[in-house]
Design a protein around this ligand. Structure first.
Ligand code: GAL
Length: 642
């Protein structure tokens, strides 16, 4: 059964209240507590002089209350003395400015001296607590990339990049050819001549940028692996996890997750709605709930990262402090988010944070408790969710229905060369996801390397690099497969493929794309009941289009089970196309009211109401309800066994 937990900072509170805090956590139904991830200055107040006493007592107190502890390595917050010792460990931003001490994440992933310090503190923690019976898991660092911290242009990064390039290409002539450096006399005579791609007069070569992004992502992988290896040997049998963020593509989470036992993520649906691309209507309608697909999207994305094991490490328990506006969740939302995570297969939901801090940057961020220690709304809802989870009991495994193929590299490529300002990969993927969820479908978001047997439908919103082995594998599945715009449009070296896009897909779906257009807002191609905006591709083929715009030019082409979508679809086109594919593959679709979402777990189906009004769900409910009502109130959750 899914567990509940919270994030706790014993170093923020007098020691006298720790035992009572722990007791109240258990009374609330929590069994896990995460601590330690920002406590470096208290663990090691002076170089090499550790102060373990307080942490020993905190761990013992929490453990004695019956809580399992997730201990974080504190490497997101190097203390001032360490920064003073090696000032060049700071990251440098794209404008060449140092990112200084005074908040957090002030380090460059490529600084070898800082890596050494991270290894030292991690090894010291593992040695001290690795076999403590209260420690059930370790979290490496905290939110890699938070506050835009993946790509750094420091001297350490430049040196690391040159070594990385040399390993990739061996010979600088091969790099010059791959990047097309004959263009504008960009040729290099040695790897030592190559700088990071920033501060150039106009845009740098996109191939150079893409390799820099690949390098920066690999730096996160090796930075994380250093800690994982030390924790594995020093603390056997414990899960090792990292907490990922929302709508974040700066590094390859699939690659980092290969070293982890569990992928976890930090769920702030209301902050994400406010911060990202959603339109004004959605921002108002869902201001106090978050868009109905935000939490689910990330649940389904991170479930695909570490062989299906995933947690919510931080769950918003009330208003946050960091978005442009920070409304409070509607009463019931904290419970809804918790149960929704369970329905998507989470093993743990842990609330951030136990008690609201009365000081420093996050004093406006709610906790389960108010700063005066009175239960806040989140505490009541966590208790209610604990009760519901007990009623629901063990949930079965997530069904295999639709696979959505996701690529971090695709996001980097479209950022390196957008060609149209509004072509944003994450937004495209989210539009596909949302359309599938609106049809009542269960989605697994997977890397294209994942085994796809058993899925009934596969959609790839865009895979710019396609290799023949992948297209062959997808064709061989024998189920409907959809490729979105710009699929097959580049080689691994960021060049236009020979024979033009969609590259190797042309062997199995005979179309050629000689020209693409990006469209400013308001400039659209009109179809019958739909519009294509932002992006439109011209297609040469002997095939008849399956769907065309009004002047007869094709927007969807099909050969056997494969389809290509030659533009940026609106919701109506996606609904039409995905319903067609679902009916071919025999998957039942249910067109849902806009605020309702369904999710299956084993033989259980859940319904969630994200809207401000009650919705009658009688039409979707096949059996007596275990929790909830057929007239599902705003923020209501219902569950039944099919
Ligand atoms: C997360 C972070 C936490 C806290 C929280 C506030 O991004 O991991 O430490 O800052 O946001 O919402």
């Amino acid at each position: 059964m899914m567990r509940l937990g919270c994030c706790y900072y014993p170093e923020h509170w007098p020691e006298e209240i720790w035992a009572d805090d722990a007791r109240r956590m258990v009374e609330m139904g929590l069994t896990r507590v995460r601590i330690g991830e920002f406590a470096w200055s208290r663990i090691e107040p002076q170089p090499w002089r550790y102060d373990w006493g307080w942490l020993d007592r905190a761990i013992d107190t929490l453990h004695a209350a019956g809580l399992g502890i997730i201990l974080g390595t504190p490497t997101a917050t190097p203390p001032k003395w360490l920064v003073n010792k090696m000032p060049d460990m700071l990251a440098i931003d794209a404008q060449g400015q140092e990112r200084r001490f005074g908040s957090r994440r002030h380090y460059c992933f490529s600084h070898l001296g800082y890596r050494g310090e991270c290894a030292r503190i991690t090894a010291a923690l593992a040695e001290r607590y690795g076999n403590h019976p209260g420690i059930v898991a370790w979290q490496t660092d905290n939110e890699y990339g938070c506050h835009d911290t993946i790509v750094s242009y420091s001297e350490s990064a430049a040196q690391g990049f040159r070594r990385w390039l040399e390993r990739q290409y061996q010979d600088v002539a091969a790099l010059n050819t791959a990047w097309g450096n004959v263009f504008w006399s960009q040729e290099y005579r040695s790897f030592a001549e190559i700088d990071p791609p920033h501060l150039t007069v106009t845009e740098p070569n996109p191939a150079h940028v893409l390799d820099y992004r690949r390098f920066a992502s690999d730096e996160v992988v090796t930075f994380n692996r250093l800690q994982v290896d030390l924790l594995r040997s020093g603390s056997p049998g414990r899960d090792i996890v990292h907490n990922y963020m929302g709508f974040f593509t700066e590094f390859d989470h699939h690659a980092v997750s290969r070293d982890l036992d569990v992928a976890t993520w930090d769920s702030y649906p209301i902050g994400f709605l406010e911060q990202f691309w959603f339109g004004r209507d959605d921002k108002l309608r869902y201001a106090r709930q978050g868009h109905p697909d935000i939490a689910a999207f990330h649940h389904d994305l991170y479930r695909g990262c570490a062989k299906g094991r995933w947690w919510v490490m931080e769950q918003q328990p009330g208003p946050v402090n960091w978005a442009a506006h920070n409304p409070a969740p509607l009463p019931g939302m904290v419970r809804l988010w918790t149960l929704e995570a369970a329905a998507h297969g989470a093993e743990l939901v842990s609330y951030f944070r136990w008690r609201q801090a009365p000081f420093a940057q996050e004093m406006h961020h709610a906790g389960l408790l108010r700063p005066d220690s009175i239960d806040d709304v989140g505490a009541h809802e966590a208790r209610a969710a604990a009760g519901d989870l007990a009623v629901l009991g063990d949930l079965g495994p997530p069904p295999k229905s639709v696979a959505l193929l996701f690529s971090y590299e695709a996001a980097w490529m479209f950022e390196a060369q957008p060609q149209g300002r509004s072509f944003r990969y994450m937004e495209l993927v989210f539009a596909f996801y949302s359309a599938l969820r609106q049809l009542g479908l269960d989605v697994d978001i997977l890397p294209s390397s994942a085994p796809l047997d058993g899925y009934k439908l596969v959609v790839a919103p865009s895979l710019p690099i396609l290799d023949p082995a992948l297209t062959e594998r997808l064709t061989g599945l024998g189920v409907p497969v959809l490729f979105g715009p710009r699929s097959g449009s580049r080689t691994r070296d960021f060049q236009i493929p020979e024979g033009l896009p969609p590259g190797p897909l042309r062997d199995v779906l005979p179309i050629t794309i000689p020209r693409v257009e990006s469209l400013r807002e308001g400039l659209v191609e009109q179809g019958d009941g739909f519009t294509v905006a932002r992006w439109f591709e011209h297609v040469e083929t002997a095939l008849e289009p399956e769907i065309a715009v009004q002047d007869g030019r094709g927007i969807v082409y099909r050969q056997g089970p494969l389809r290509y979508l030659a533009g940026w679809p609106d919701a109506a086109l996606l609904e039409r196309l995905l319903s067609m594919m679902a009916s071919e593959s025999g998957v039942a679709v249910t067109t849902l009211p806009c605020d309702i979402r369904l999710r299956r777990a084993g033989d259980m189906t859940f319904a969630f109401n994200y809207g401000p009004e009650p919705v009658d769900i009688t039409d979707f409910v096949g059996a007596p309800l275990i929790i909830g009502d057929r007239l599902l109130p705003s923020t209501g959750v219902a569950a039944w066994r099919d």
